[in-house]
Design a protein around this ligand. Structure first.
Ligand SMILES: NC(=O)c1ccc[n+]([C@@H]2O[C@H](COP(=O)([O-])OP(=O)(O)OC[C@H]3O[C@@H](n4cnc5c(N)ncnc54)[C@H](OP(=O)(O)O)[C@@H]3O)[C@@H](O)[C@H]2O)c1
Length: 281
């Protein structure tokens, strides 16, 4: 159970969403903003400020009582000062403090595919390999630490959601960088959950969702069999709308029954996770 217990959507929250400019992150931002109480505070991060402003406008059009901050943020730019000051600067701009909220939530959604135009044996470019881990792993860890520094009160609910993927636990030809980054992220958050039981931590695999990333899987993938799998998934109508996947995420965090640090997939039976958690109590 989260430190504060109960339905998280009933308590005033500060919610951070990375990669909120489009795709799944946009869906998380809009869905969560429609569920959390008025005067909750949303901090939306991504590189495209223009797209973030559009997401902010869509949120405020539905509910003008939530607060929304948007910040241009490149998770792959590992500048110490950015990670040290990001939340302080947003809080000071909006005149809020961590004490103003009953709970905090961070959704680590920002991510890239790496280079799916090559097999693992062909990854010889230093910049490509390094920048993949900067954005997907190192930047995620550093932002998470900044978040936990800001929300250090362990008596309040602190929920950390990592946007994971099936590829964190299953090798897929052409996706060596992507799979490795996702596996590393899952393990980082599992360790975090083991280190600090006052945190609620979920690695959520959203299933195949119709986004720019999903399109790149269909178009750029070097391995023919993998590429055909993505093409077939699309033509046969087996990809998901982002909002459908995020509705499942909402249900998961609302029920709050998963094992801390668990990897839960969109296609998993939530009831199964509830039963497993109950056995461990
Ligand atoms: N779509 C799927 O089928 C699927 C399946 C499993 C898991 N996922 C995961 O779900 C998450 C979202 O994926 P998506 O499909 O919605 O992808 P997407 O449409 O490509 O969106 C990626 C998001 O990440 C942001 N981003 C990328 N690089 C960034 C950087 N350097 N710094 C900050 N933000 C950055 C992008 O914003 P800017 O470009 O504005 O920076 C965008 O908002 C990813 O972690 C992905 O691995 C997706």
């Amino acid at each position: 159970m989260a430190a504060a217990g109960g339905d998280i959507f009933c308590r005033k929250a500060c919610v951070v969403v990375t990669g909120a400019s489009k795709g799944l992150g946009k869906s998380v931002a809009k869905t969560f903003a429609s569920r959390f109480p008025d005067s909750s505070f949303f901090i939306l991060l991504a590189r495209s400020l223009t797209d973030l402003e559009k997401v902010k406008a869509e949120i405020l059009e539905k509910n003008s009582k939530v607060k929304v901050a948007v910040r241009k943020f490149d998770q792959g730019n590992l500048d110490q000062a950015i990670f040290d000051t990001l939340f302080d600067s947003v809080f000071s701009d909006f005149g809020v403090t961590a004490d103003d909220f009953e709970q905090s939530v961070v959704v680590h959604n920002a991510g890239t595919l790496g280079d799916n135009t090559k097999y693992g044996s062909q990854l010889s470019d230093v910049v490509t390999v390094q920048s993949n881990f900067d954005v997907n792993v190192s930047g995620t860890i550093l932002l998470n630490s900044g978040f936990l520094r800001k929300f250090s009160n362990s008596s309040k609910g602190r929920l950390i959601i990592n946007m994971s993927s099936l590829v964190a636990i299953q090798p897929i030809p052409s996706f060596s960088l992507y799979c490795t980054g996702k596996a590393a992220r899952d393990m980082f958050f599992r360790v975090l959950a083991a280190e600090d039981p006052s945190l609620r931590v979920l690695n959520y695999a959203p299933g195949p969702c119709e986004t720019d990333m999903q399109r790149a899987c269909r178009e750029d993938t070097v391995d023919r069999t993998t590429k055909n799998m993505f093409l077939a998934m699309h033509t046969e109508g087996n990809t998901l709308d982002c909002d459908t996947s995020i509705a499942k995420l909402v249900e998961l965090v609302r029920l709050d029954q998963y094992d801390n640090g668990a990897h839960v997939d969109f296609f998993d039976d939530i009831g199964g996770h509830i039963a497993k958690a109950a056995l461990n109590m």
